[in-house]
Design a protein around this ligand. Structure first.
Ligand SMILES: NC(=O)c1ccc[n+]([C@@H]2O[C@H](COP(=O)([O-])OP(=O)(O)OC[C@H]3O[C@@H](n4cnc5c(N)ncnc54)[C@H](O)[C@@H]3O)[C@@H](O)[C@H]2O)c1
Length: 259
């Protein structure tokens, strides 16, 4: 019998995304970097976009792809990055919008407005900036698939993280709206809603005093997710065999939102 234990799930076949051109924001780290590796392993040509130039270059080298340092708070930078992908490869087939920041851990009434703006600018408006540049590039090639990385905090409240939760709920609404707009043009847009996953973002929460075992106790599976598990679902959302998956916000959370 096949090994069905966690972590034993095989990756996609080396040619599953052969020739597909994939642009990934937040690709220098965590979930975005895992997506870059998974798409490259499945035969795609990957372009890594991220604020951090060094990390962007490192992951791009690893996947033999393009390094596109860019800030999703800057529309011109996003436009230039998408244009560079199209200039190099002649098309854009897949985009994963994973760039994000956690923001402060503060109750709503005490949340500093400037910090609110900063979190929404990256996590919600950043996704909008990506979409408004990615969508025309994809339509020009006949369509494609986009995954916006939201969060379980886009599906349920997240006390002491009001800006993050509001931005991620916004990403889910944006995903559903855009999905309905473009589905008949061959473009599918979905959202991944990860639960707690061991990445530098969650390492930061733990370093700031949230005990890791407290996070794990809140997850029915009693463990954090892995970046490979997130990438696996991102590839599934983009796979042509799942072409009927449209405008969904898929929780990958060890059961956190099931109860
Ligand atoms: N790790 C989790 O538990 C978890 C849970 C739910 C959702 N998410 C979401 O997953 C996505 C990836 O997060 P991660 O956990 O891999 O964290 P991470 O910190 O490892 O990666 C986030 C990446 O985004 C980049 N980034 C930040 N601001 C940017 C900007 N303005 N422009 C371009 N790039 C920018 C960072 O440089 C970093 O490389 C985020 O959107 C996050 O909100 C993570």
């Amino acid at each position: 019998m096949a090994d069905l234990s966690p972590g034993a799930v095989p990756g996609y076949a080396p040619d599953a995304f052969a020739g597909a051109v994939v642009f990934i924001t937040g690709g220098a780290s965590g979930i975005g970097a895992a997506c870059a590796r998974a798409f490259a392993a499945a035969g795609a040509r990957v372009a890594v976009g991220d604020l951090r130039a060094e990390g962007t270059a490192a992951v791009a080298r690893e996947v033999n792809g393009m390094a596109l340092p860019c800030d999703v708070r800057d529309d011109a930078a996003v436009e230039a990055a998408v244009a560079a992908v199209v200039a190099r490869h002649g098309r854009l087939d897949v985009a994963v919008n994973a760039a994000g920041v956690g923001g402060l851990e503060v109750k709503t009434a005490e949340y500093p407005p400037a910090s609110w703006d900063a979190v929404v600018d990256v996590n919600l408006t950043g996704v909008f900036r990506c979409l408004r540049n990615e969508i025309p590039a994809m339509l020009a090639g006949g369509g494609g698939a986009i995954v916006n990385v939201a969060s379980v905090a886009g599906l349920a409240g997240f006390p002491r993280h009001p800006a993050y939760a509001a931005a991620k709920h916004g990403v889910v609404g944006l995903t559903r709206s855009a999905a309905l707009e473009y589905v008949r043009q061959g473009l599918r847009i979905n959202a991944l809603c990860p639960g707690f996953t061991w990445t530098p973002m969650v390492e930061g929460m733990v370093a700031n005093g949230t005990p890791r075992d407290a996070l794990e106790r809140g997850i029915p599976a009693r463990r954090l997710g892995t970046v490979e598990e997130m990438a696996s679902v991102v590839l599934a959302l983009c796979a042509p065999s799942n072409a009927f998956l449209v405008g969904q916000a898929i929780a990958v959370d060890g059961g956190m939102t099931a109860g």
